[in-house]
Design a protein around this ligand. Structure first.
Ligand SMILES: Nc1nc2c(ncn2[C@@H]2O[C@H](COP(=O)(O)OP(=O)(O)OP(=O)(O)O)[C@@H](O)[C@H]2O)c(=O)[nH]1
Ligand SMILES: [Mg+2]
Length: 319
């Protein structure tokens, strides 16, 4: 059961989808504008790398290495967002007193971890450092990025400031490049209202391809819808179909597609080969290292060797 002391639901957004005999739900978002297609859809057959959209997606071994023990927990939710958007407020509201703090292993970056129960599942919630991007140009960004990439959380909850959407959506789009298991928490809606801003959360959800839930975390509003959306994504009732940028220049497009194909051959089942290709082309040293050390090989399936398979080493120069 939901352990929220005082779940409040004062939002105007569409009611969250709920389970229908355990089957994925077809999210209908009718709209007058025929130019927009639905972007949240049930998975095509064999969609997920693991072949199972209802199974937990997290990588327990990697999470252990990142200092997060999943014994006794069903799902892990990463809490990401720009600095000062209300992440800790959301975290505290969802976990109450069931939390503890510490540092990330080997890092001076602080971490809060807590839990809640919802829909009969036990959720571990991990508060990531506030970041504007996931390009790993700072220790905070590296911690957040590594957690999402290597921990493969069942849901990444991205908290955004509704009054500064343009800046905040940058991080959302970067997270969506890595994972489709995302819920956007449109926080500070009271502030948006105070500034006369109206945010069309249904349209945003459709354009991004993942659930968007308006909240006022300090006033504990919208949290029930937020929990439902987290549960829907974690259990596979809603499968996101994220917006991904497709308008690259032809040369880049070619390079990305060649390298993506090579990565997929080398690390079959890797859930985010395109994102890895983009980062490799950008010369991201941490991702180059992850390829060379075989961490990506581990991500592509349980029990894979630490080193990438000898027959499939990546030829970065060719791309
Ligand atoms: N008005 C309003 N204030 C909020 C809301 N949510 C959080 N706040 C306030 O916003 C401020 C920042 O909240 P935090 O939860 O500390 O934000 P954070 O994202 O954890 O910040 P960092 O950890 O520093 O990145 C606090 O003063 C909160 O009380 C909200 O929905 N409405
Ligand atoms: Mg915080």
């Amino acid at each position: 059961m939901n352990n929220l002391p005082d779940p409040t639901n004062g939002q105007t957004g569409a009611p969250p989808a709920s389970a229908a005999n355990g089957q994925p739900i077809f999210l209908e978002m009718p709209d007058d504008d025929p130019g927009f297609t639905l972007t949240i859809q049930p998975p095509p057959a064999g969609h997920s790398a693991a072949g199972c959209t209802t199974c937990p997606s997290h990588n327990a071994a990697h999470l252990q290495r990142l200092g997060v023990n999943m014994d006794g927990w069903d799902y892990v939710v990463a809490l990401a967002g720009n600095p000062n958007v209300g992440k800790s407020t959301v975290f505290n509201a969802l976990t109450g007193l069931r939390q503890h703090t510490g540092n990330w292993p080997g890092k001076t970056v602080g971490r809060a971890e807590g839990g809640f129960e919802y829909g009969g599942s036990r959720y571990k919630l991990v508060d990531l450092p506030g970041t504007y991007s996931l390009l790993a140009t700072s220790l905070d960004e590296e911690v957040a990025r590594d957690f999402i990439l290597f921990g493969q959380p069942d849901v990444t909850l991205v908290v955004v400031d509704s009054t500064r959407l343009e800046r905040n959506l940058n991080l959302v789009l970067q997270v969506l490049e890595i994972t489709d298991r995302v819920v956007v928490c449109l926080n500070l809606m009271d502030e948006a209202r105070r500034h006369g801003l109206v945010v069309d959360e249904r349209r945003l959800a459709r354009d991004l391809g993942v659930p968007v839930v308006p909240t006022e975390a300090r006033q504990r509003k919208g949290l029930s819808d937020l929990l439902q959306a987290i549960d829907d994504v974690a259990t596979g009732r809603i499968v996101g179909k994220p917006h991904r940028i497709k308008s690259e220049p032809p040369a880049l497009k070619r390079a990305v597609s060649q390298l993506t194909a090579q990565i997929e051959r080398t690390f079959p089942g890797l859930p985010n080969a395109r994102w890895v290709a983009l980062r490799l082309l950008d010369g991201d040293p941490r991702i180059v290292e992850a390829v060379q050390r075989g961490e990506l090989g581990e991500l592509s399936g349980p029990g894979r060797a630490l080193m990438p398979p000898a027959e499939g080493r990546l030829d970065l120069a060719a791309a």
